[in-house]
Each structure stands twice: as C-alpha cells, then as structure tokens.
Ligand binder design. Structure first.
Ligand SMILES: Nc1nc2c(ncn2[C@@H]2O[C@H](COP(=O)(O)OP(=O)(O)O)[C@@H](O)[C@H]2O)c(=O)[nH]1
Ligand SMILES: [Mg+2]
Length: 648
C-alpha cells in the first residue's frame, strides 16, 4: 500500500452507458448507494468507490449521474479530479450528455483521461471500430483529443485489467497535486453517523488536513474541529491534497454544513457575491449570453444563481469570449484561478465557463474600467498578475490568494518586483510602486494642508497623518520611515512635516516674541522659567514649540529654555575650563558663568545628554577631545530646532 499516489478520477458520459456498472466491476463497490437509485437503476447523485491499481497505488473514483436532469450533481463531482473515465456505450456511441460532459470537463480544465468504450459485448468488431472513429471525431479539438480508448465489457468482464493499467499510466503522467498549505475541502456530502456525529466528504485540494485541526465552514463561518479522517474507508491522521476525504467534525451540527460549502482553516477563505471572470461561450450553445441574463454558476461543489454583466459588449456569441461580472444571489467560497461553469436554468443547458479572475467584489462604475482591471489581474506573466493584486498594501499571502499563485512562485516574483523597484515593502505588506506613490503623495498633501491650517505648528502629529492614510500601525510606521529616508518628509520632534516647512508667526506673535527675547536676553544664563514666559510674555506652549522649532530658543529641560547664544556660550566656557582643569563641579560652573545653581544644573545635564560631558560623582569630565566636544555643542544647540538662516 502506497500513500504517495493519492489520486481521484471521475466518470463522465451519457446516462445508461454503463458508468456505474463499470465502477462496480472495477472496484466491487456499487456507487449507486441511494435506494431510489437502486430502484430506478439510475444514478441520481454522486457515488464513491476506490480501487488499488496494479502498481499498488490507490485511486478514488467519483461516479456521476449521466442524466441531463442531474448535471448539477455531475458538476459537483468532477471539481477536484485528476483524470476522467469518459464512458461511451459501444452500441449507442456519442450522445448529447457525452458531448455536454466533454464540454464541462474542458471548461473545468480536466485534460487527462481515458475513454472506456463499454458494452463491447453487445456489438461486433466492425461496429466497435465505427463507434471508435465517431468518438475520435467528438474528442478532436478538446483537451482529451489524445486520450487512450479502451474497449470493455462490465458484464463479460473483458478489458477491465487493461483499463486499470491504462488509468495507472495516465495518472502516472499527471502532475503532483499542488500543496499550498491552504487546504480546501469542497463538501459534496454531509451526513450524521451514529456514534460519530457530523461527517463531510469531498476531494481535498490545495493542502492537507489533520486530525485535531480547527476548521471553518465557508460560507457561514461555523467553526469545528476535525475529530477523525478517513480516505477510502481507511482511518488516517493526515489527509493529503488530492485525496478523497471523509472528515468527522466535532462541534458542528449537520444542518450547518452541506454541499457547496468549503471546509478550510479559519480565516483563509471568504465567500464572495461578485465574481469577475473571463467567460467562453460554447460553440454548441443555443444562443449568446446576453447582458443581464440570469445563469447558474457552478464552482467546486457549489452552485448559485447569478445576474451577468457582460463587460465588453452587449452579449457573448457562441464560440467567443469576454469579461463578465457575476452578481450572485448568495455568496460562495471561491478563489482567483478557480474554474467555473455557467448553465442556463431553463431550458437547462451548459453555456460556457472560464476562470475566476477577481473576487474583490469591487463594482466598477464604467465597463471599460472593469475590463482594464480584470485584464490587469489576469495578466499572463506571474509578476504582472502579482503586481495587479498589489493595488493596496497586502501581505504576500493575500497577494498570492488574489493572483492564484502558490507560495514559492509568489515569493520569488515578489522579491524580483521589490528588487527592481516595481513594488515596495511596508512592514508585513507589499504594494505596487504606483500604489506607494499614491500613498506618498497623499501623505505630502495631508502635511501641506496641515501646514496651511496651522502655520505655527511644526507639523502634523503622526496620528493625524495616520488617520488620513488609514494604514495599520506597523505599515504606517514603515511608510513614514521610507518617506523620511527619501527626504520627502521630516520628523520634527513628535511631529511630521514637509522639509520646506517653517513655522510662521503672525505679526502679533512676532511682537510677543520680540518682547520675550528682550526679557530672556537681560541675563541670558538666568532666563525666566517657561511658566513665567507663559504668564508674563504670552508665549504659550504652541508658540514656544514653534520658536524652538525655528531655532530661536533651545529647550534645555522641560521647564527651561535659553537663547541659543547663551547655551553656546555656557558650553564653550565649560569646555574651556575642562581643557585646562580636567574636571568641573556645579559650583565652579556656576561661578565661571555667573549663573545660578538652578540654571546650571539643567545646562550641565544638557551637555551630558548631548555626549559632551560625563558626570563622575559631583564632577563633570569631557568625554572626547575638546574639538569634538565643540562640534557636538554646535550640533546640540542647532539640533534642538532646525536653525533657519536668520536666527542662526
Ligand atoms: N451488456 C452489457 N450491459 C451493460 C454493461 N455495462 C452496463 N450495462 C447495463 O447498462 C445499463 C445502464 O448501466 P449503468 O451502469 O447504470 O449506466 P450509467 O447510467 O452510465 O451509470 C444497466 O442495465 C447495465 O446492466 C456491459 O458492459 N454490457
Ligand atoms: Mg450510473
């Protein structure tokens, strides 16, 4: 027993051509499990069986109904299959549902399979050859054109071994099922088993499922846990992508889950009500698909009624294709890249199908905009597809989801886009260069507006800017850092500003400042406290901030400001003294500069803080050579505000 080749095949073909009988002959399991099916001798719903191939691998088989009344069940069954066994009765040959199933397989991208020419016991060799030719003609131009044809009889049990060997060859050439670590189990059956509770079955795609996993059911959002797993009635711990799975779920009622829903890891898939897709209408369709037509959309095991907006013109003629937007009556769980089939409800007919290109739900006002957006999203190059999904910052996972790329391809393409400057990283997210530019320009405009509204303020607060850009904190911080590094905006204390912005004072404020400067200049090393400036000179906090910003004042401590020249002079005096005497005490600094202890303490602390001096017990010593200390002093006095030409 090998677990490596976990494959699923489906049957297809006209009613009564011998599909179910063939599966029973091959597997010993009668796929017609419903009493009604057994009574009527006709498959109504999906049936399931499995068989061990000659080489040892197991293959699951989904048996579908052939009758045209049950095409919807057939569609639910062939979603995740690796290959098809197209069954054609040798006595009847190609019939309407042979062609319809063939068309559906082609729309769903099932391009591997074999033709089983059944009921071979009922015809002679000449007739069989004739029908074979007819079959070749029907397959011509379809993805199954080159499929091997095997003549079998289920009742006489001829050709069965050859059929299995051929099936093994076809499956051997099939690519491994993709594993995107994002399992999806489109549910085809949900039922209760006494002693177990709710069980769902389906063909698992895109990832594996393990016992103990927490899952979510989409749509609906119900949560549950995987209590047990089986494939082909064998109990397993982990189900591999591409396998038939029966999952026993705990914590969920049977009524909360059914065909059409998808079991996923919580939060990895959302249901959508608007789908953008490129749709091809079958050559054999009875008429065009017109704008505003009502159709049935089939994707995975789900189906939904939808209104069609044809985007490129009034209608899509048989044999041609166009973009459409499907507005669904009920949301369904789909991903970009999923195949879908459109049917007309009555008279029942398969119209065509295509690939989901957009699930963003955006409704474009103009058709041309919608077409352009969909063209971009479905662009053939991987990088372009990815880029099209980066119209706003998205995580690699989100971008991959939207562009239908798996992790390895996605990450390589992202690295390339970032390296070539076509995309920009912001924390956990990436966005297209144009989208980044749009954000950058919005940031600049917001700041320009803030500067105009509050000319005195050094800038806008980070929170103000963030609220207009609407980004989560980490991405916003990364955006600001990128713009600062590029010199497009500057940080002014806790504020952000355009580099050219200088706080501008009104005439009246300038007058107040002139008076305050005179007060500060009277005894520059013993200036009035901030509280006094406020009370007596009308220098409020905002004006004070602007003056510091302009470089007219140096903030030495939260409550002490000095004129720049005073700080400069004090610093030079201290450096000079330390050049001569190595250490200086607070008292010595006070006497040297003719200041007071109250003022000298914060000034000395300021020098410490700016890396000129260091405190050793009650003394200060120079950290570096005097030349370096002088340079640091200039920087410290200048850096507490950006010095403008006039005040420097
Ligand atoms: N003589 C003969 N009859 C067959 C063979 N396979 C199926 N049948 C009969 O054809 C009828 C339809 O078969 P069934 O498997 O239900 O067809 P399905 O609708 O394609 O699943 C049944 O009466 C079968 O007994 C076969 O190889 N030879
Ligand atoms: Mg059948």
């Amino acid at each position: 027993m090998t677990d490596t080749a976990v494959r699923v095949v489906g049957t297809a073909g006209h009613v009564d051509h011998g599909k179910s009988t063939l599966i029973t002959a091959l597997t010993g399991i009668d796929p017609d499990r419903l009493r009604e099916e057994r009574e009527r001798g006709m498959t109504i719903d999906l049936g399931f069986a499995w068989v061990t191939l000659p080489g040892g691998g197991d293959v699951g088989i989904v048996d579908v109904p052939g009758h045209q009344d049950f095409i919807r069940n057939m569609l639910a069954g062939v979603g995740g299959i690796d290959a098809v066994i197209l069954v054609i009765a040798a006595d009847e040959g190609v019939m309407p549902q042979t062609r319809e199933h063939l068309a559906i397989l082609s729309l769903l991208g099932v391009d591997r399979g074999i033709v089983a020419l059944t009921k071979r016991d009922l015809v002679d060799a000449e007739w069989a050859a004739l029908v074979s030719d007819e079959v070749r003609g029907a397959l011509a131009g379809t993805p199954l054109a080159g499929a091997p044809l095997v003549e079998v009889s289920a009742t006489a049990r001829t050709g069965l071994d050859r059929l299995l060997r051929t099936l093994e060859e076809v499956l051997g050439a099939a690519p491994a099922r993709r594993d995107q670590a994002r399992p999806r189990l489109p549910v085809d059956r949900a039922f209760t088993m006494s002693g177990f509770g709710t069980v769902v079955t389906g063909t698992l795609v895109d990832g594996s499922l393990a016992v103990g996993d927490e899952i979510e059911v989409v749509p609906g959002g119900a949560r549950a846990r995987v209590r047990g797993l089986q494939t082909h009635k064998r109990t397993i711990e982990v189900a591999a992508p591409g396998s038939r799975v029966a999952a026993n779920l705990s914590g969920i009622d049977k009524d909360a889950i059914g065909r059409g829903m998808v079991v996923v890891r919580p939060g990895t898939l959302v249901a959508v009500s608007v789908i953008g897709a490129r749709i091809r209408i079958l050559e054999a369709a009875s008429g065009p698909l017109a704008h505003q037509d009502t159709v049935k959309v089939h994707v995975g095991t789900a189906e939904a009624v939808a209104r069609v907006s044809v985007l490129g013109g009034p209608a899509i003629a048989p044999g041609s294709e166009d973009w459409v937007q499907l507005r669904l009556a009920e949301p369904i769980a789909v991903l970009v890249g999923d195949r879908l089939v459109l049917r007309r409800p009555s008279p029942s007919e398969t119209l065509g199908g295509g690939i989901v290109a957009d699930t963003s739900g955006e409704r474009m006002r103009r058709r041309s905009d919608a077409v352009a957006a969909l063209d971009r999203r479905s662009a053939t190059s991987v990088a372009d597809r990815l880029l099209a999904s980066l119209d706003v910052p998205r995580t690699p996972e989100e971008a991959g989801l939207r562009s239908g790329l798996d992790a390895a391809v996605r990450d390589a393409a992202l690295d390339d886009l970032v390296a070539t400057g076509r995309a920009v990283r912001l924390a956990d997210a990436v966005l297209a260069r144009e989208a980044f530019e749009a954000l950058a320009v919005r940031a600049e405009r917001t700041l320009a507006l803030a500067h105009r509204r509050t000319p005195l303020r050094p800038g806008a607060s980070r929170e103000e800017l963030r609220s207009t850009l609407g980004q989560p904190p980490k991405r916003y911080a990364a955006l600001v850092a990128t713009l600062v590094a590029a010199g497009r905006i500057v940080e002014r204390g806790t504020m952000l500003a355009l580099p050219a912005h200088r706080p501008t004072l009104s005439e009246e404020q300038e007058a107040r400042w002139t008076a305050a400067r005179a007060a500060l200049g009277r005894d520059p090393l013993q200036p009035p406290a901030v509280s006094v400036l406020l009370a007596e000179q009308g220098i409020d906090r905002e004006l004070l901030g602007a003056l510091i910003e302009r470089g007219d004042l140096v903030r030495v401590s939260p409550d002490a400001v000095f004129l720049p020249d005073a700080v400069q002079g004090f610093g030079e005096a201290v450096i000079g003294a330390l050049e001569r005497g190595r250490t200086i005490t607070v008292a010595a600094a006070r006497d040297l500069t003719g200041s007071s202890r109250k003022h000298v303490l914060p000034l000395l602390q300021f020098l410490d803080d700016h890396g000129l001096t260091r405190r050793v017990n009650d003394d200060r010593i120079l950290i570096h050579a005097p030349a370096i200390a002088r340079e640091r002093l200039r920087a410290a006095v200048g850096a507490s505000g950006e010095r403008t030409g006039e005040s420097a």
